[in-house]
Design a protein around this ligand. Structure first.
Ligand code: HSE
Length: 306
């Protein structure tokens, strides 16, 4: 194979209680990427359609992730990358993760899959380091593994794939402002109280148990964040109204998607997820905020060839 076209899914990181460790891949939103082998060594980004992002390899997250892979490979040729961006940078649904994972996954396919998923996560994390200053894996892991993932440990890196309940749907609304992950990380406190720690790890355990046993009520009860949401939600217009109205419309729970400003809700069944989307839209229309909204099945496989 000389060339491949891939779909790179958007992802929701943190999922309320799991800051930097939990994430899930979406089905309805994502980027596309074309990667082809070249005789010239190295990585060349030839085209970016849809967003204004740097073509220079070392300044582009896809380029940096691909270089991290090449550094560990004995392949002597190179690759050209075309990126078709549908996910807006700074929207909170894993724009940089889609680009970096798309590049390394596609290159791995073209090389005959010499690297494991875990190694691809490590290469992609270099893209996240460039984008946000921290090599977090909670967006790149679900993009590569599909479904829900847990970063059980960063040192050593240990990723656990979590079951996806069959009737679970996500709704995501993006108020049309940009929040850079680097900025929304800077405002966080570096210490937490034991009291909040107890609440948070109770919820992480509850959410994982709920996902495995397909206990939707338990999933809903566990979608709480006592550490990050109270700080970051201040940056998001209408956050509290969207949350209250989504839950009233039937959502199991609602929180900040990644570092925001997108807000996500999880629901049982598509009909409820669509009702939640309508409630979110009504809320932003009432307060006069422009938005994009998506309702999506959970994507069980992650990145794929198209
Ligand atoms: N866990 C990261 C954060 C995700 O919340 O900063 C960024 O998309």
């Amino acid at each position: 194979m000389e060339e491949i076209r891939v779909f790179c899914p958007a992802t929701i990181a943190n999922i309320s209680c799991g800051f930097d460790v939990l994430g899930v891949a979406l089905d309805a939103v994502g980027d596309e990427m074309v990667v082809r082998k070249t005789k010239t060594p190295g990585i060349k980004i030839t085209k970016i359609i849809g967003q204004n992002l740097p073509l220079e390899t070392k300044k582009n997250v896809a380029g940096v992730a691909a270089l991290a892979l090449l550094d560990k490979s004995d392949y002597t040729g190179g690759f050209e990358i075309e990126i078709y961006k549908n996910i807006k940078p700074g929207s909170g649904i894993g724009s940089s993760a889609a680009s970096s994972t798309g590049a390394v996954w596609a290159i791995n396919e073209l090389l005959g899959k010499p690297f494991s998923n875990l190694e691809l996560v490590q290469f992609s994390m270099e893209g996240e380091r460039l984008a946000s200053g921290t090599a977090h894996a909670d967006n790149v892991a679900p993009a590569l593994y599909g479904g829900f993932t847990l970063v059980r440990s960063y040192e050593p890196l240990d990723i656990v794939k979590i079951n996806t309940p069959k009737e679970l749907y996500a709704t995501v609304i993006h108020p049309q402002i940009e929040i850079k992950t680097a900025d929304s990380r800077k405002i966080l406190k570096t210490n937490i109280t034991l009291q909040n720690g107890i609440k948070q790890w109770g919820n992480v355990g509850g959410l994982i148990a709920g996902l495995f046993t397909e206990d939707y009520d338990l999933i809903g009860r566990s979608l709480e964040d006592h550490i990050v949401e109270p700080i970051r939600s201040i940056l998001i217009p209408g956050f509290n109204e969207i949350k209250t109205n989504s839950i009233e419309a039937g959502a199991l729970g609602c929180g900040i998607s990644g570092s925001g400003p997108s807000i996500f809700a999880l629901s049982k069944g598509e009909a409820t997820a669509l009702k939640v989307a309508q409630a979110m839209k009504n809320t932003y229309q009432k307060i006069g905020i422009d938005y994009d909204v998506h309702t999506s099945k959970i994507n069980p496989i992650g990145i794929k060839k198209i």
